[in-house]
Design a protein around this ligand. Structure first.
Ligand SMILES: [Zn+2]
Length: 222
């Protein structure tokens, strides 16, 4: 049986040679990035928590940089609703195993929620799709403890005050969610300004969560 799988894989690789999911260069095996793209796109890094963010978040880490390549994969997933982008995104997470080392356990993971209408249109929450297998592999439960009460306007090119105003009251605790006394790990696809993560962390901390951390697949901060 294993022999058959090896032969089949070799045949598949002959017909469809594995390529880098970012630049399409040939690579050794399916699901990995070429050396150049790995260097340019992938790398676990801590993001600075300052001001409001520091008040509610105890640490934020990103696994990759939001540049062409990772950006295309995330857009394919979110706007074209193609889950074919997921294996490459999962590969990025497996390259950041060290992310969990400084965090307390047990942890409960909470995805940044979408507004109900956006969720209906897209059919899935990208944060869950990206992080669920990786969290499961590490024995961390994923619980939708937050809801987004309304759709919010895009936050880029806004001032900090405008962003905070736009998000005020946009997140709430889900029915039956009880983060009191727990350490929470927020997960999301990208972080631009940190305002969204901060607003989510604020709801969790006000409901009694101990420490709140965040993992994002990619950050726009360098
Ligand atoms: Zn590449």
């Amino acid at each position: 049986m294993i022999g058959e799988i090896v032969v089949f894989r070799a045949f598949l690789n002959f017909l469809f040679p594995p390529r880098c999911p970012s630049c399409s260069a040939y690579v050794e095996r399916r699901g990995i990035f070429c050396a150049g793209c790995t260097q340019r796109l992938i790398g676990l890094h801590a993001l600075a928590c300052t001001g409001e963010t520091q008040k509610y978040l105890d640490g934020i880490w990103a696994f990759a940089y939001y540049r062409a390549g990772v950006r295309d994969l995330l857009r394919t997933l979110k706007y074209r609703r193609q889950k074919s982008a997921l294996p490459a995104l999962h590969t990025i997470l497996t390259m950041g195993e060290a992310a969990l080392a400084p965090l307390p356990r047990p942890l409960v993971a909470v995805p940044v929620p979408l507004a109900p209408q956006r969720m209906r249109e897209r059919g899935f929450n990208q944060a869950e799709e990206i992080f669920a297998p990786w969290l499961a592999a590490h024995g961390i439960a994923l619980r939708p403890m937050l809801v987004r009460t309304r759709e919010t306007a895009p936050l880029y090119e806004r001032t900090r005050t405008e962003r905070q105003r736009e998000l005020r009251g946009a997140f709430a605790l889900a029915v039956d969610a009880d983060p009191a006394g727990r350490d929470v790990l927020l997960v999301d696809d990208i972080m631009t300004t940190g305002t969204t993560l901060t607003a989510c962390a604020q709801v969790l901390k006000r409901a009694g969560a101990c420490r709140v951390y965040a993992f994002v697949l990619a950050s726009e901060h360098l």
